[in-house]
Write a protein that binds this ligand. Structure first.
Ligand code: MOS
Length: 739
């Protein structure tokens, strides 16, 4: 059931962020900015080897530094029950047994945490900690290691591989993508405060306070309700905040050890090896089509790096099962253990990687067949049903995204033959690719507090990592209740509020919006119930019939006199109305498949003498269902697309084959797209609500903003130069390479 009616525009107006002023004025507090009485400062000491055993940690010099309170190591630590032995570690699902082992799995692994009265003293003392190790050989080079790891089936095979081997058009190629790091602007930080022996309060940078709560409850074997997590403002995440990392646990252990609140903020170099990354990957795709452009089959093989202490599969072949009919499909995958920290979900995880290979191969096929890549895609889309589950799509307007995008970039300007548009040393080309993402939804709760002056506060524990979740909730609360926006406040990002899933996987608004609709409806009914004590006409009315305004309640259907909030409050002796409601996925998930999608078109200019490349124009058209706030949604799309430019052209986390660890672990050495690298990005939405997914019809954006961008750019480079580049990032040397 949709909350909007016919008159309600499914692309809601562009408006500023509810948290905008707090963020730009510095009023909004990030995790490390809270002031906690008696806080002391912690600094991590990282291992200097990539593999081996700690023989001895030398603390004497560090301990002499003024202000040092204590130093936690594996030999001197508060015991964490969830890390007590192998079985417990498995149960707690934490991964790295922080300070509970003498084993070193990767360079940068925390071996000690120094706690001092000031950050300066802690930093200096940490610099004096050294260790002696027994070293063992390490592996960090994904490209060298992956051939040794055999592939296994990834999901069910469709049709047969042999059935399309003799088709006239076959493309077969390998694709390599280097590891990439999240690096949100706000670095990961934790203030850990043990209020008592089994009660913990955390100010922490993350993407899901309830997840942090659950993780620490498992580790310390204490009830979840004993742990409070505050993450009210988050300076970006991109997936790095979707789990609890060793640094946060180290801070919690340090606080336990010194029995004082402890603040730890990672340094920028530590951000590179401590909070996940998109793993390096290898893929091979074979694809075949007939002369009419019917793609009969695909064989997709994929491998990604992981750590030696945890298994992380990125899910690279998932997207291959989603977009196109592919009557014959075989997918295989493997993970490759390396002496690096564990990777994690990052910006369109898995699909972003797999989509690059598939969308490159389809482009290649289009030139081979001599068919426009737009037409080839339109011909092969699985528009009626999810080809894997067989369930009909609730809504899928990827074809409309493609058609709209082609018009917006003026696709007719594209030359079919590559390298045809030259201007001196510069070549111009057009490329396109599509992306899709399973549109998920989780159980979420929202609360509402209303006061006598008619003002309301809408609450949820969900964090807002910059995507506009709070602003979306604000728009929805206004639409459903009718209460003017000036009287609506939003509170999020702390675990004392009604529980909600983590913000990730483009599910945030899709999950929480249902709860906001539910609690707003509950408020209408509650107020009608109270109003009925004054005017009988309000008895037994439906939420849809109730209209709230600045001053009071009225009915849409009947010409009732407005009952003011102050009448209701006096008559019923109220102080605050406080309600909570939940909403989640249900039967519709058995009847329909859900997806968000996008088409990305780009125009590039390539200097054939220098290899310099300029993305001239980028057009992104998305089907995200109902768009709750156009400005926030467009901002999310263009931000994601800039990430796609980085992925295509710059981002590369280099592992050090000689010493282990990483090379260039700072923002000078790790290049990503900045304003100068990004053109004006034209974003448009289809804006058709998905009435089955949740009560708002919003399907979720974010991931689809990046999935497909790298292939669109690479395909445009081919159109400009005739050079097919299958390894990311596409740096100038690769464009110039004549081999
Ligand atoms: Mo993300 S990888 O949806 O935070």
């Amino acid at each position: 059931m949709a909350f909007f009616d016919e008159s309600f525009d499914s692309v809601a107006p562009a408006e500023g962020r509810v948290e905008g002023v707090a963020k730009v004025t510095g009023k909004g507090k990030y995790a490390a900015e809270y002031e906690v009485r008696g806080v002391c400062y912690a600094v991590l000491v990282d291992s200097s080897i990539a593999s081996g055993t700690i023989k001895n940690i030398n603390l004497q010099n560090a301990k002499q530094v003024a202000g040092v309170i204590d130093i936690v190591t594996h030999q001197h630590k508060p015991q964490v029950p969830g890390l007590a032995d192998e079985a417990k570690i498995k149960e707690s699902r934490f991964g790295l047994p922080v300070f509970h082992t003498d084993k070193i799995y990767f360079k940068g692994q925390p071996i000690a945490i120094v706690i001092a009265d000031t950050l300066e003293n802690a930093t200096y003392a940490a610099s004096l900690v050294t260790a002696d190790y027994d070293t063992t050989p390490f592996k960090v080079d994904f490209e060298k290691e992956h051939p040794l790891n055999p592939l296994a089936h990834a999901g069910k095979e469709r049709g047969s591989l042999d059935s399309w081997n003799n088709l006239p058009h076959i493309v077969e190629a390998s694709y390599n993508i280097k590891a990439e790091v999240h690096n949100p602007m706000e670095m990961h930080a934790t203030i850990a405060h043990w209020i008592s022996n089994d009660r913990l309060k955390l100010f922490d940078k993350n993407q899901g306070v309830n997840n942090v709560q659950r993780s620490f409850a498992r580790l310390f074997n204490i009830p979840e309700k004993n742990i409070e997590v505050f993450s009210e403002f988050v300076g970006g995440g991109f997936g790095s905040g979707l789990r609890v990392w060793p640094g946060a646990l180290a801070a919690v252990m340090a606080a336990k050890q010194v029995n004082r609140p402890v603040k730890l903020m990672l340094t920028r170099p530590q951000m590179f090896h401590s909070v996940g990354y998109r793993p390096a990957s290898w893929q091979k795709v074979k694809m075949g089509a007939d002369n009419e452009g019917n793609i009969a089959g695909v064989w997709h093989q994929a491998k990604n790096g992981t750590s030696v202490y945890e298994s992380f599969g990125e899910g690279i072949t998932r997207v291959t099962r989603l977009i196109y009919k592919f009557p014959n499909l075989k997918a295989e995958s493997a993970i490759v253990p390396l002496n690096l920290s564990t990777p994690t979900w990052m910006r369109g995880p898995g699909d972003c990687t797999g989509d690059f290979a598939i969308e490159s191969a389809i482009d290649e096929l289009s030139y081979q067949i001599g068919m426009d890549p737009v037409q080839l895609r339109l011909k092969n889309l699985a528009l009626d049903k999810n080809p894997d589950s067989g369930l009909p799509w609730s809504t899928n307007f990827i074809d409309e995204c493609i058609k709209k995008g082609a018009a917006m970039i003026d696709w007719t300007q594209r030359k079919n033959k590559p390298g045809q548009t030259r201007d001196g040393d510069w070549s111009t080309g057009y490329g396109m690719a599509v992306g899709m993402w399973n549109a998920g939804r989780g159980n979420a709760s929202a609360g509402i507090e209303m006061r006598k002056d008619g003002s309301i506060t809408v609450q949820t524990a969900m964090t807002d990592i910059g995507t506009g979740t709070g602003t979306g909730m604000y728009n929805i609360a206004h639409e459903v209740t009718g209460i003017p926006k000036s009287k609506i406040k939003i509170e999020l990002g702390n675990s004392t509020l009604p529980p909600a899933p983590s913000q990730g996987g483009s599910t945030g608004l899709s999950s929480v919006s249902g709860a906001v609709v539910a609690v707003c409806s509950a408020l209408k009914l509650k107020l009608a119930e109270y109003a009925a004590t004054i005017n009988e006409k309000y008895k037994g009315v439906t939420a849809a019939d109730v209209l709230l305004s600045e001053n009071g309640i009225s009915l849409k259907s009947a010409n009732t006199e407005l009952v003011s909030y102050s009448q209701i409050w006096s008559k019923n002796n109220l102080t605050v109305i406080d309600l909570e409601a939940s909403s989640g996925p249900g039967e519709e998930r058995k009847q329909y498949a859900f997806c968000s999608s996008a088409a990305h078109f780009c125009k590039v200019r390539v200097n054939t003498k220098t290899g310099k490349l300029k993305v001239e124009k980028l057009v992104c058209v998305a089907d995200g269902g109902k768009i709750v706030n156009e400005k926030a949604a467009a901002n999310q799309m263009s931000g994601a697309a800039v990430g796609g430019i980085g992925m295509a052209l710059m981002e590369e986390q280099v592992a050090d084959g000689h010493l282990g660890g990483l090379v260039g672990n700072d923002l000078a050495g790790y290049h990503f797209a900045v304003n100068a690298d990004a053109p004006i990005i034209d974003v448009a939405f289809i804006g058709k609500p998905d009435v089955n997914i949740n009560p708002t019809g919003a399907k979720g954006l974010g991931e689809v903003g990046i999935i497909g961008v790298a292939a669109a750019i690479s395909n445009a480079i081919y159109n400009a130069t005739g050079k097919r580049l299958r390894d990311l990032p596409i740096t100038p040397d690769k464009i110039l390479d004549k081999s």
